[in-house]
Design a binder for this molecule. Sequence first.
Ligand code: ADP
Length: 168
Amino acid sequence: MKIELIKGDITKIQADAIVNAANSSLLGGGGVDGAIHRAGGPQILEECRAIRNRQGKCNTGEAVVTNAGNLPAKYVIHTVGPVWNGNEEKESKLLANCYHNSLKLAESLGVKTIAFPNISTGVYRFPKKLAGKIAVDEVRKFHSDTVKKVIFVCFDDENKMIYKELLE
Ligand code: ADP
């Protein structure tokens, strides 16, 4: 699996799937979630609502898939990152689950390229270095016949620097 690192806006990425750092309501929010729904249009939210009606909330660490509306991607994989409360062991495991479950779902959809934002490192306050290490470890551990490329999309310089070091 090839790993790429870029700085930018994930809504602009032409991958088979982009990952959203959603919240458990699946009904939209700020940060990258807001950006995806704004750029993608109402079809994404419509499908999120249908998922909610079917299964209720999305638990932390789990992932669900919708269409990508007007985005260049084919799918949006919505995963719910943990809120950082300083319980390192528990919250690290939950963040690892986000990456693992998103990759598993991507694989089941035949996705070749998938782009991840820096899940939980915004409003959810997860320490960026630790979050980056968990993200890179989980992706490196995941062996897939279908997923050929993972793109880490960093929105800020700090995350970009952290990932650059981790990937060197
Ligand atoms: P969380 O609630 O999981 O912390 P946020 O959306 O607040 O989610 O932040 C997650 C990460 O996404 C942060 O590093 C933030 O800088 C980044 N981010 C915000 N907007 C975008 C975007 N348009 N594309 C990629 N990353 C983004």
